[in-house]
Design a protein around this ligand. Structure first.
Ligand SMILES: Cc1cc2nc3c(=O)[nH]c(=O)nc-3n(C[C@H](O)[C@H](O)[C@H](O)COP(=O)(O)OP(=O)(O)OC[C@H]3O[C@@H](n4cnc5c(N)ncnc54)[C@H](O)[C@@H]3O)c2cc1C
Length: 696
C-alpha cells in the first residue's frame, strides 16, 4: 500500500490578467485584483496521485492534500477534497508569511514529517507529489528542497507513470530527451511537469468536501527551522514591469506580402546575432574608484540618486573623508541637503559610505552540465557571464565539473573563459543521479567557498541547484535573465550579485539578492547570456577534488534514457520549425521541407528543420531537431514557426533569432505577441501559397 501527500498551492489566475490588475504608477501587478485558483500543475499532481493509486489497484492508499498559505487557502483544499483527496491539512500562520523557497520548503517538509508520523502512523510507504512549479514563483525549487530536508529521492519533471513488477516507473523530461526512472525506496518526492488525466468533481463529492473537516496547523505545531522573512535566504530588492518586447508583432494579412517581407528583412540583416542586454555596465570596486563617495553602482535608481545628493552635499561642505562625519557634520548635511534625508536613512548611508571591501570573497563559479562527453551550450554561456562578473570583482572563474572521463572537456572550458576547473571524477557520476551529484558538487563548493555559483536553468540545473543550495544554507534565485554586480551600501553590502528574473508568468520582473548565505547562487536561462569566442591559447588549472561516493548515494534507478541522435545544422541562417499544429509526420515533412527548400533557394542560404517538443513527442520528427529549453537554443537570421503556440520553454530557445515569423490558425496564439511578423491561418493552406509566392 502507498499513500500520497499532494502539495497544492493557491495562486493568482495569471491567465485572466486585466488592465486594472496593474498599478498605474509602478506598472506592477496588484495580486488582490486577480482571482485565486489552484496552481494548474498542482491539480495535475492531484490527478497523478489518483492515477498512481488506481494503477497499483490500492484501495487503502490515502491521498492527503497539504497547503501552506493564508486562511483563504482553505479553498484549494476544498477543491482537492472534492477530487479524490481523503484528508486536507492547512498550514497557516502569520509567522510563515513573506517566505522565499527555503522558508517555504522547510515548514512544508516539517509538515510532511508530522503527517507521516500522525496520519500514516510512521509508515514510510508514501510519495510526496507536487506540480513541478507554481505560476507565481516559477522556480521549481521547493520540491527538491523538501526532498533535501527529508533526505528523500526526488524525481522531477515527470510526465507519465506505469506500474510494473509492483513498482512505479516514472517518465521524466531531461535535457535533450526523456528518461524512465524508478526510486530505490519510499518515501520519495515526485514533481509533475505535464499530465492530462481528467480530474472532475461530482456533485456528491463537492457536497462532501464542503462538510469535511480540515486539519489546521500553525508554526508552533510543526517547529520548522526556517520560517517567514527571517528564515529566508533571499531578499527582493525591486519589482518592476517587464520591458516592452523588442519584437514588432506585425499582423500580415496576405501571403504575398509575407513573402516580400521575408526576402527584404533577410537581405537587410547583419551577421551579428542578438545583443547582450545582460552586461553589467563595468562595475568597479569602491577601492578603485576615484573618489570615496562615488556610489554610482547602487542597486536601485533611487539609491543612486540619494547617494548622488549626499555626494554633492559632502562636496559642498568640504567633507572629503568618512572620518570627518561626526554628529555635527550629520546635522549640517541634513540641513544642506534640504532635509532630503530622514535621520535614520542618513545614518545608514554614512555607514554604507565607509564600506570599501566587497561583502563576499572567492571565485565566480559555474557548475558544468554535460552529457556523453559534450558540454551543454548553456555552460559556455554561463562561463561568458562568469568571466565578466569575475573581471568586475577582480577574481577568477572556476568551473565545477563532476562526472566521469572529464579530461577532454577541461580544455574546452578553459578556452571558453574559465581559469580553474575543479574536477570530481567518479564512475557513479557517469549518469546524472541527483543525490550523488548534489553530494559531489556541495562538497566541492564547501571546500573552495566561491562567492558566486551559477547553474544553467535546464531540468538538470533546476534540480541540482536547489538541492546544493539548501544543503549549504545558501539562497538561490531561479531562471535569471540578468545578473549584475552592484552595491546595496545602505544595507551594508558591496559588490553583491543582483539577480533579475521574470515572475508571475512573465508579467513582472523581480531583482533579488542573497542574504545570510556563504555563497550567492542562481540558475540562469539558457540562450540569454552570451558565450565568448573560444580562445585555445588561454591557460587554466585543473584541480582534482575527491569525494567519497558509493552506491548508497544513488536514490534512483535509471531504466531507460532516450536522447536525440543524428546531425542537424542549427548554425544555419534560416530555421523552419514545425509544432504540434502540423498534425502528422506527412504534413511536417511536406510543409516544413517545402518551406525550407523555397527559402533556401530564394535567399541563397542553408535552411534547417526544427521542431517544438510537442511535435517531437508526437513523433513528427527526431528529437535532435527539438528547439527550446530542453532542446537546442538557436539564433538564426530568420526563424519561421509553423503551428507552434509559443510556450515559454520554446521561446527561450529562439530568443536570439534576429527575425521571428509565426503562422498559426489561432488568432490568440501567444507566439503572436513574441514574434516580428505573423499570419493567422491554417499551415496547410498558407505554406504552399508562401512557397509559391517565394518562387514568383
Ligand atoms: C521542463 C520542460 C521543458 C520543455 N522543453 C521544451 C523545449 O525544449 N522545446 C519546446 O518546444 N517545448 C518544450 N516544453 C514543452 C512546452 O511547454 C510546450 O508544451 C510545447 O512547446 C508546445 O509545443 P507546440 O507549440 O508545438 O504545441 P501546442 O502548444 O499544442 O500548440 C500547437 C499550436 O498549433 C496551432 N495549430 C493547430 N493546428 C494548426 C493548423 N492546422 N495550422 C496552423 N496552426 C495550427 C494551435 O493553434 C497551437 O497554437 C517543455 C516543457 C517542460 C515542462
Amino acid at each position: 500500500m502507498s499513500s500520497y501527500i499532494v502539495l497544492v498551492k493557491q495562486v493568482p489566475d495569471v491567465s485572466q490578467i486585466t488592465d486594472n490588475a496593474f498599478d498605474p504608477e509602478s506598472g506592477t501587478l496588484i495580486r488582490t485584483r486577480l482571482a485565486s485558483v489552484i496552481n494548474e500543475l498542482d491539480s495535475q499532481a492531484l490527478a497523478f496521485a489518483g492515477y498512481m493509486r488506481q494503477l497499483s489497484d490500492d484501495k487503502d492508499g490515502r491521498i492527503v492534500a497539504l497547503t501552506m498559505g493564508p486562511p483563504m487557502a482553505e479553498e484549494v483544499l476544498r477543491y482537492s477534497l472534492s477530487r479524490r483527496t481523503d484528508i486536507a491539512v492547512l498550514l497557516t500562520d502569520r509567522a510563515l508569511g513573506g517566505a522565499d523557497t527555503v522558508a517555504t520548503a522547510n515548514p512544508l517538509a516539517f509538515a510532511v514529517r508530522k503527517i507521516a508520523a500522525e496520519i500514516f502512523s510512521s509508515e514510510d510507504n508514501y510519495y510526496v507529489i507536487s506540480g513541478m512549479q507554481s505560476v507565481d514563483g516559477d522556480t521549481a525549487q521547493v520540491p527538491p528542497q523538501i526532498a533535501e530536508e527529508l533526505g528523500l529521492a526526488c524525481v522531477a519533471y515527470v510526465t507519465d507513470v506505469r506500474f510494473r513488477n509492483n513498482h512505479f516507473e516514472f517518465t521524466r523530461i531531461i535535457s535533450g530527451g526523456s528518461q524512465v526512472v524508478a526510486v530505490k525506496k519510499q518515501p520519495a518526492v515526485i514533481t509533475v511537469a505535464k499530465y492530462e488525466w481528467p480530474l472532475f468533481a461530482t456533485f456528491a463529492g463537492t457536497r462532501k468536501a464542503n462538510r469535511m473537516e480540515i486539519i489546521r496547523w500553525g508554526a508552533d505545531d510543526i517547529k520548522a527551522a526556517h520560517i517567514g522573512v527571517a528564515g529566508s535566504k533571499t531578499r527582493v530588492i525591486r519589482v518592476f514591469p517587464p520591458g516592452k518586447s523588442m519584437r514588432k508583432c506585425r499582423h500580415i494579412k496576405d501571403v504575398r506580402s509575407l513573402a516580400g517581407i521575408l526576402i527584404s528583412t533577410f537581405a537587410s540583416q547583419d551577421q551579428g546575432r542578438g545583443n547582450d542586454s545582460t552586461k553589467t555596465g563595468g562595475y568597479v570596486l569602491p577601492g578603485r574608484r576615484s573618489s570615496w563617495y562615488d556610489r554610482r553602482f547602487e542597486g536601485t535608481e533611487k539609491e543612486r540618486q540619494d547617494f548622488q545628493i549626499l555626494a554633492d552635499t559632502l562636496s559642498r561642505l568640504g567633507i572629503h573623508s568618512a572620518g570627518d562625519i561626526d554628529q555635527a557634520a550629520k546635522e549640517k548635511i541634513l540641513t544642506a541637503s534640504g532635509d532630503h534625508f530622514h535621520q535614520k536613512a542618513l545614518e545608514d548611508m554614512v555607514e554604507g559610505l565607509k564600506l570599501t571591501r566587497p561583502s563576499y570573497t572567492g571565485e565566480v563559479w559555474v557548475v558544468a552540465e554535460h552529457n556523453g562527453g559534450v558540454v551543454h551550450p548553456a555552460t559556455f554561456e554561463l562561463i561568458g557571464k562568469a568571466r565578466e562578473l569575475a573581471d568586475n570583482l577582480e577574481t577568477k572563474v572556476g568551473v565545477c565539473l563532476a562526472g566521469f572521463e572529464l579530461e577532454p572537456m577541461t580544455k574546452e572550458l578553459i578556452a571558453a573563459g574559465a581559469d580553474n576547473i575543479y574536477v570530481i571524477e567518479n564512475q557513479i557520476l557517469r549518469d546524472f543521479y541527483p543525490a550523488a551529484y548534489r553530494k559531489a558538487v556541495a562538497d566541492c563548493i564547501k571546500k573552495y567557498s566561491p562567492q558566486i555559483v551559477l547553474f544553467a536553468a535546464t531540468p538538470q540545473g533546476r534540480m541540482l541547484a536547489p538541492m546544493v543550495s539548501y544543503r549549504l544554507g545558501c539562497g538561490l534565485t531561479a531562471d535569471c535573465t540578468s545578473l549584475d554586480i552592484r552595491d546595496s551600501s545602505r544595507k551594508g553590502q558591496i559588490g553583491i550579485l543582483l539577480q533579475t528574473r521574470p515572475a508571475l508568468g512573465g508579467n513582472v520582473m523581480a531583482t533579488i539578492c542573497t542574504k545570510d548565505s556563504p555563497s550567492q547562487m542562481a540558475t540562469a536561462r539558457p540562450g540569454v547570456m552570451k558565450r565568448l569566442a573560444p580562445d585555445y591559447s588561454r591557460k587554466g588549472k585543473v584541480i582534482r577534488h575527491n569525494v567519497e561516493i558509493s552506491d548508497s548515494d544513488i536514490a534512483t534507478r535509471i531504466i531507460n534514457t532516450e536522447l536525440g541522435t543524428g546531425q542537424v545544422n542549427f548554425g544555419a541562417e534560416v530555421i523552419v520549425s514545425g509544432g504540434k499544429g502540423m498534425q502528422n509526420r506527412d504534413n511536417y515533412n511536406r510543409l516544413v521541407g517545402a518551406l525550407c527548400q523555397g527559402l533556401s533557394q530564394k535567399l541563397g542560404t542553408e535552411a534547417e528543420k526544427g521542431a517544438s517538443r510537442a511535435a517531437v513527442e508526437q513523433g513528427l520528427i527526431e528529437r535532435v531537431h527539438q528547439v527550446g529549453q530542453t532542446g537546442t537554443s538557436v539564433g538564426p537570421k530568420l526563424y519561421v514557426a509553423l503551428g507552434i503556440s509559443g510556450a515559454i520553454q520554446h521561446m527561450i530557445g529562439i530568443a536570439n533569432s534576429q527575425t521571428i515569423v509565426a503562422i498559426n490558425s489561432d488568432p490568440n496564439a501567444p507566439i503572436f505577441r513574441q514574434c516580428d511578423y505573423y499570419i493567422v491561418g491554417n499551415v496547410e493552406d498558407i505554406v504552399p501559397e508562401l512557397v509559391q509566392a517565394l518562387n514568383v
